[in-house]
Unconditional design. Structure first.
Length: 249
């Protein structure tokens, strides 16, 4: 039996916010932040990226091109819903996509980047992330240890091409940082790996944006939206959006 995570779409009376989750995750990653923003009146859309929110096999079958195209369609969906201003909040891969979207769509008027890499990630590390996701999915479905091991033996190591495409997408996005001119909110968890700290610092240093608000969360790792400081993160994002709307940042 397939298990699917539903997209989140909460209509409010203020501007639209697009929330993009990390690689191998799903829309639930943004559930807390979306609910808090919606409580403040914002329309929140947190879709599952292509190949995400379902089985490992579905993720295996999805290309980086499909993930990118689906994120573009998410912005277009909000434009079609008559929103002429969109704030993008992206965590990890979601923030990488957000940088690309901000450079392509004039409707993206602000960008919040959480724990996003713009420096090279080793393919081995990306494969370990896929393997971890696969294990958790199967464990949550009640698979036995024997079934779990048989699945891993059948599907790993993964063919390198798609992981290399993801790696190259991240690197190429790092080469686009000098094009960013929207107000930026940058967040890093201080318990995260150094590559993510270095990436957030590089975004701050390279972007052309006149408004950059950078925050660090001392007791959080990589996925801050799921960590103990998620409320503080969301309050900081809401403050950033409100100040941007008032023109005071």
């Amino acid at each position: 039996m397939q298990h699917f995570v539903e997209d989140i779409y909460l209509k409010g009376h203020k501007q639209a916010v697009l929330l993009l989750h990390s690689f191998t995750s799903n829309a639930k990653e943004m559930h807390y932040v979306a609910n808090m923003l919606h409580g403040e009146g914002y329309t929140c859309y947190a879709p599952n990226l292509a190949g995400h929110g379902a089985s490992p096999e579905q993720l295996f079958a999805t290309s980086m091109e499909q993930i990118w195209e689906q994120s573009r369609q998410a912005v277009q969906f909000l434009i079609d819903e008559k929103f002429n201003a969109v704030t993008v909040i992206g965590q990890s891969l979601g923030g990488v996509l957000g940088i690309r979207l901000a450079n392509e769509f004039p409707e993206v008027e602000a960008l919040c980047v959480i724990s996003s890499p713009v420096l090279e990630r080793p393919v081995k590390g990306l494969e370990q992330r896929v393997a971890y996701f696969s294990k958790r999915y199967l464990q949550n479905r009640g698979s036995s240890e024997q079934e779990l091991q048989a699945f891993l033996d059948d599907h790993f190591p993964r063919p390198a091409e798609k992981l290399i495409a993801l790696q190259q997408f991240i690197i190429e996005t790092g080469n686009q940082l000098h094009l960013l001119n929207q107000p930026l909110f940058l967040a890093k968890g201080m318990l995260d790996e150094p590559v993510f700290h270095q990436s957030i610092d590089l975004i701050e240093k390279t972007a052309l944006s006149n408004v950059i608000m950078k925050k660090q969360y001392d007791n959080s790792g990589h996925l801050i939206t799921l960590a103990k400081e998620r409320q503080l993160l969301t309050e900081d994002i809401i403050h950033f959006i409100e100040e941007m709307e008032k023109g005071t940042v």
